[in-house]
Design a protein. Structure first.
Length: 262
């Protein structure tokens, strides 16, 4: 495995992050997970656009050279001999003294790594009870390196022998899964929670919505319980849901179609 860290290609045991880095001490950073297929960085323009939105929101002053970053990603893939991969780009605010307020002159830390891609498998989901998503926070709209709500929800699912968990927002509406957006076919109509309910503006979510008609509407747990089909989407693919809570589902034709077309 090869790590690209602040301009250098390194073996993992040689790559080092300063323990004063705010990404480590405060979770002060962003990341993007990018699907690589046949050596191509899929939807990379959308990933850079979302990264740019996150950098602006957090006021992390990284001048993004898209061509240089894409070149670094391809260098990592070549070094590891990967053409079908899951690639991660991580940006933290950088090394700083103690304290919450950041110094605007900090130099961001940038890290790129990749692993072989494992296609998402059909899975079972439950509703998380240990935590909820804060839809009112602007942080819900960017991919930050602080994923503790999702971690707590996924741990709860694992304790119950379930693959993933659905996070509700403070008002009880469905937001998303722990690392994916959620879609459902209800009364023959494909729907997904709106961003205002805490759904991350996912890259694959946008691709699905550009590919076919999708209704954005607030969804309750009861709505999902009567769905004919449920699937999760992330940059790494589409994951059909085979059980929601105690209800069994079949892998539906729409999920199968989207898996082939997207």
């Amino acid at each position: 495995m090869t790590i690209w860290c602040n301009g250098q290609l390194l073996a993992p045991e040689s790559a080092r992050i300063d323990p004063r880095d705010r990404g480590f001490t405060l979770g002060d950073g962003l990341y993007e997970t990018i699907r690589v297929r046949d050596g191509r960085l899929l939807r990379i323009d959308r990933h850079f656009a979302r990264l740019g939105d996150g950098l602006k929101l957090l006021d992390i002053r990284l001048k993004v050279d898209e061509n240089a970053l894409a070149g670094a990603m391809l260098a990592v893939l070549r070094a590891d001999g990967l053409s079908d991969a899951a690639l991660r780009l991580t940006v933290s605010r950088g090394v700083a003294a103690r304290g919450m307020a950041p110094d605007p002159t900090l130099r961001p830390t940038v890290v790129i790594s990749a692993v072989a891609h494992a296609p998402p498998q059909p899975g079972r989901v439950m509703v998380a009870t240990v935590t909820r998503r804060n839809a009112a926070s602007p942080i819900s709209r960017v991919k930050t390196t602080s994923c503790l709500d999702s971690i707590l929800a996924r741990m709860e699912a694992v304790r119950h022998g379930i693959d993933d968990a659905v996070l509700l927002n403070g008002d009880g509406w469905v937001a998303e899964a722990t690392a994916a957006n959620i879609f459902a076919v209800i009364d023959g109509v494909l729907v997904t929670p709106p961003i205002r309910d805490g759904a991350l503006p996912g890259i694959m979510r946008a691709a699905v919505m550009s590919h076919m008609p999708v209704g954005e509407c607030s969804l309750s747990v009861d709505d999902l319980a009567r769905a004919e089909e449920i699937f999760l989407t992330s940059s790494l693919g589409i994951r059909p849901v085979t059980a929601f809570e105690h209800l069994s589902l079949t892998v539906g034709p729409l999920a199968m179609r989207l898996m082939e077309e997207l």
